[in-house]
Write a protein that binds this ligand. Structure first.
Ligand code: TXA
Ligand code: MG
Length: 398
């Protein structure tokens, strides 16, 4: 069975740029020491909270430990892992000797580390095992800001590889309870540090190209707007302002699209166990598709079913017009999940995976989620929703 131990993030203090956590709660210190023992001495996996989502951690520099991540998640071996560090010294230990970190990275790290930003670096082949990078010449690295994550890495005194702590293809866990439901019996230990603040995975960036531009491989917790602003504000130090290119939006990379290193491109992702239907209310991209009203759509769904109560989970912004259109019907049970105000996509991001997993737990037969604007966190939200959805339909709200 899986053991769950509480870790109180507020009992941990980190001096900025120090790798030495002070922990005032004995319960938390004991849990962290036990977790570090599992990782370091037994080469086991441990689930731990980060500010983005819960991670399934193992020693990054130990191929045997790292291989357990792949088997536990059922993760395809060609999908590389992110390595988590607690200090800059630990970062440097992973890079080729004498490697000069690009100026753009220095600026981004200064502003966003520790935090939800993952950067690609050239891999030091002597140190980083190829199982971590799936044979890529680069390694993805981030320094998490969650006190439990950072303290765990510091106490283990070793970089941890950690994908999201879910079975491959499922929504990422943002609470210890989500991870327990998904991985119960498959992992020995879960550290429960409460709900993750950000709720979506880190932004993955590649700034290693000769043109000096910043390529966003996966939109995430740090918004493209914030990356652009920080680069603009530091143009003097940088000598110019690098362009920030979002994959698929601003550039196409055929090689990348057929390779699994573009997060989520090759494999199914973020999907609950029941069909998720994206309700397109904003875009008119798929022009071929005629728009329907929600009532018409529900009617067509019910015609496909022979009988019985249809439980439909609905996820939409708290102040959406959609709520007014969920009409009471004898043959339908509406399960509502309010994602947060339209005006604050960060709140919607925080709630998205919890919404999918909560409605799944309620036993709905299908889910519908309303499209949001792609500004700020909305870009990462729609990136996840499009991958999670099995189908999308145009609806008109009036
Ligand atoms: O917020 C996060 O990033 C969470 C927490 C636990 O830190 N972790 C996470 O890991 O989301 P994972 O494995 O679910 O997603 C990592 C993504 C993968 O989709 C992978 O394709 C990409 O990062 N990645 C890793 N190494 C890469 C590399 N060398 N080149 C390109 N992409 C890489
Ligand atoms: Mg994942």
């Amino acid at each position: 069975a899986t053991q769950v131990l509480k870790c109180d993030p507020s009992s941990i203090t980190f001096l900025i740029s120090s790798d030495d956590p002070r922990i005032s709660s004995k319960e938390t210190l004991d849990a962290l020491k036990f977790a570090a023992h599992q990782l370091v001495d037994l080469s086991q996996t441990v689930v731990f909270p980060t500010e983005t989502v819960y991670g399934l951690g193992a020693l990054a520099l130990d191929s045997n430990a790292a291989s357990k991540i792949f088997s536990t998640k059922g993760r395809p071996p060609d999908n590389p892992l992110i390595v988590h560090v607690s200090s800059f010294a630990m970062l440097h230990s992973l890079l080729p000797p004498g490697y000069d970190i690009p100026k753009s990275y220095q600026v981004l790290m200064k502003h966003f580390w520790p935090g939800a930003l993952t950067l690609l670096f050239p891999r030091n082949h002597e140190v980083v095992p190829s199982i971590i990078t799936a044979g890529q010449p680069t390694v993805a690295i981030r320094m998490p800001s969650h006190p439990v994550a950072r303290a765990l890495i510091a106490i283990a005194n070793a970089p941890l590889a950690a994908p999201s702590a879910n079975t491959s293809g499922k929504p990422s866990p943002t609470r210890a309870e989500h991870a327990r439901q998904d991985l119960n019996g498959k992992v020995g230990l879960i550290l429960d540090g409460g709900a993750c603040g950000v709720g979506l995975e880190s932004t993955v960036i590649d700034g290693l190209h000769a043109d000096g531009n910043i390529r966003v491989l996966r939109p995430g917790g740090i918004t493209v707007e914030d990356v652009e602003r920080v680069l603009r504000d530091n143009f003097k130090e940088l000598g110019n302002t690098p362009a920030v290119l979002v994959h698929k939006r601003d550039y196409a990379d055929k090689a990348l699209e057929s390779s699994p290193t573009t997060p989520g491109m090759k494999y199914r992702h973020y999907s609950p166990s029941v069909p998720l239907i994206l309700l397109s209310t904003l875009s008119t991209l798929s022009g071929a598709q005629p728009s329907t009203t929600l009532d018409q759509y529900i009617h067509s769904l019910q015609q496909e079913r022979s009988e019985g109560l249809l439980k439909i989970g609905v996820l939409a912004p708290t102040d959406s017009k959609l709520w007014g259109q969920l009409h009471a019907r004898e043959d339908i049970a509406w399960h509502r999940y309010l994602l947060g105000p339209l005006a604050t996509p960060s709140v919607i991001a925080h709630n998205l995976f919890d919404g999918l997993l909560s409605l799944e737990k309620e036993g709905v037969h299908l889910m519908m989620i309303e499209e949001v604007e792609e500004g700020r966190e909305g870009l990462a939200i729609m990136n996840r929703v499009r991958k999670a959805a099995s189908e999308s339909i145009q609806v008109t709200l009036d």
